[in-house]
Design a protein around this ligand. Structure first.
Ligand code: CO
Length: 485
């Protein structure tokens, strides 16, 4: 997978504003998206021609930029326009992208003004960013014959919700400067006016139509009797406006689903038929299958899933059997890093675990590390060994009001013996005969049953635990029912 963000701007031929607005916005987007190639395209052919002829500066059109991305094997492209609204420029952009949708996954970010939240944030951003030196503020928007022009009226309302003496007018549409001058005249207390562009850049419109000497908005306002200050800064210079573009771009990036997902796939106790249908599906669709490697050459989990690999070869991840916290932490961290590298490439990673992932599974330590870093994770539950053992013994684990206590036998068998509950002792392992002795001392042996390697090929069932006279393997499980129940 190759991922790129194409930042599309109308363009400007003024280098200073280009740097402070368009380049700054591209920079903010690049900073927020490490691992993504960020590229530039302009939509104004006039400006691109001018930059090439005057400065020998070649800037790609949208078609040129997309063709390059396609030729270079990019697969996922987020396109973030720096346009103000869903007008003609935005619609043209959408249609220009159409031919490339066959070969690449493309998502287009929203322009500056889309949701009501955007309007409120833009109003707040501009009012706190622009200096408040005069009685009134008049913002110069571009204006368009497209119906999106109504965005200017909506923005003016949102600005006036915050400060009454802020007005929006446009060069080519409605509201007009004449309308603003009429509004100003109804407030005789207004003597001074600030003019600022409601455009990403401070280009020709700002320099000439707004702040020029003749026929400009400045000149017209001065003629109407106001003292006028002009701010020649495009909105792209305002960090909060850039942040809004960054956020819109993040939505497009998110919608591309470029990050994979980690699945903790519980594969049940041993019998391949006890694998859930969901687990089988996830395994079949996963790009990568990982299995824990305890160093004991135990192939039980791999054996369970062998019919659902779809030609993939499971990879082993070292999960040492030790109580050394540092060794474990290191193993889990390197497993998490390995998984994250795959997720960043958009892969679906299935990590298999015996029994159920939520019951004494090493997997959950890795799961937690990956989740904490913001990646998508999901656990597929499975049949636990103690449920399978009870089924094998044809007994219930708990009924009616009986509590059930699950105890890791090699750690803490003794502390819980007096708790009035049916008990499952898991992971007794080599301590199985110690456990037997302990139960004997407590007079609990007559209600104890044991299953070794439940549902596996080398399964041994001891309905009466007393019959066991030798040490058993790791997968030994003892169930003790409360007396008289
Ligand atoms: Co224009």
């Amino acid at each position: 997978m190759k991922k790129a963000i194409l930042v599309v701007s109308f363009g400007t031929s003024y280098h200073d504003t280009l740097e402070k607005t368009i380049l700054a916005t591209e920079g903010a987007i690049a900073q927020a998206n490490p691992g993504w190639e960020v590229r530039r395209a302009f939509t104004s052919a006039i400006i691109m021609r001018k930059l090439l002829a005057r400065d020998n500066l070649q800037i790609d059109s949208v078609a040129q930029a997309m063709a390059k991305l396609e030729a270079q094997g990019f697969t996922h492209v987020a396109v973030q326009p720096t346009h103000v609204m869903h007008g003609e420029e935005y619609e043209k952009l959408l249609s220009m992208l159409e031919p490339y949708r066959l070969s690449m996954k493309i998502q287009v970010g929203q322009p500056l003004l889309n949701s009501q939240e955007d309007y409120e944030q833009v109003a707040k951003a501009l009012l706190s960013w622009l200096p408040r030196q005069d009685d009134a503020l008049v913002l110069m928007g571009h204006g368009t014959a497209h119906f999106a022009n109504s965005a200017y009226g909506q923005l003016e309302q949102n600005l006036q919700d915050l400060r009454e003496t802020v007005y929006v007018a446009t060069v080519e549409g409605y509201p007009t400067l004449d309308r603003v001058i009429r509004s100003l005249s109804s407030r005789p207390e207004i003597k001074t006016v600030t003019l600022a562009p409601l455009m990403l850049v401070a280009g020709d419109h700002a320099r000439n139509d707004m702040a020029g000497e003749e026929d400009s908005w400045k000149a017209q306002l001065e003629k109407a009797g106001y003292r006028v200050n002009c701010i020649l800064q495009g909105m792209g210079e305002c960090p909060a406006i850039r942040d809004l573009f960054v956020r819109h771009c993040a939505e497009a990036v998110e919608a591309l689903h470029t990050r994979g997902k980690l699945w903790g796939v519980s594969v049940g106790p041993g019998d391949p038929e006890l694998l859930t249908i969901k687990a089988a599906k996830v395994l079949e669709q996963a790009d990568v299958i990982l299995a824990p490697d305890t160093g004991k050459a135990d192939k039980t989990a791999l054996n369970i899933i062998r019919n659902y690999l779809n030609g993939k070869k499971p990879e082993l991840v070292s999960t040492p059997m030790t109580r050394d916290k540092e060794v474990l932490e290191q193993a889990y961290e390197s497993a998490a890093q390995r998984i994250i590298a795959d997720l960043e490439e958009g892969k679906q990673v299935a990590f298999i675990t015996l029994g159920d992932a939520t019951v004494y599974s090493t997997y959950m330590y890795i799961h937690e590390k990956v989740r904490a870093r913001g990646y998508a994770v999901e656990v597929v539950p499975g049949v636990t060994s103690f449920c399978a053992a009870a089924a094998r013994l044809n007994i219930s684990l708990c009924q009616g009001s009986e509590p059930l206590l699950v105890i890791p036998a090699s750690h803490s068998a003794r502390e819980f013996l007096d708790v009035p509950a049916n008990k499952v002792f898991m992971k007794a392992g080599s301590a199985i005969l110690d456990l037997k002795k302990t139960l004997e001392e407590k007079n609990m042996l007559s209600n104890a049953s044991m299953v070794e390697n439940c549902s596996m090929e080398n399964e041994h069932v001891y309905p009466d635990f007393r019959e066991l006279d030798k040490t058993t393997g790791y997968f030994s499980l003892v169930i003790v029912k409360e007396e008289g129940k």
